[in-house]
Design a protein. Structure first.
Length: 66
C-alpha cells in the first residue's frame, strides 16, 4: 500500500513539473508559414527564456489578451 501511495505522489509531482515546464498551443493564422502551418499543434518548452534571452531563429509564443 505504501508503494502505491508513493508512486501516486511521485506521479502527481512529475505531472505538475511537466505542466509547469511545457504547454501545448495551436497555431492560428498563416503568418508563420512555411515553418508552422495554420492549425498545427506545437509543444512549447517554457523554462529556457528564464535562463537565456531568445536568439535569432527561435520561435516565440506571444499571448493575446483580447
Amino acid at each position: 500500500m505504501r508503494r502505491v501511495a508513493l508512486a501516486l505522489v511521485v506521479s502527481i509531482a512529475v505531472g505538475l513539473l511537466v505542466r509547469a515546464a511545457l504547454q501545448s498551443y495551436v497555431v492560428q493564422g498563416h503568418s508563420m508559414e512555411p515553418t508552422l502551418e495554420d492549425g498545427q499543434h506545437v509543444l512549447v518548452e517554457k523554462a529556457s527564456y528564464r535562463l537565456n534571452p531568445p536568439r535569432r531563429g527561435d520561435i516565440v509564443v506571444l499571448r493575446s489578451h483580447w
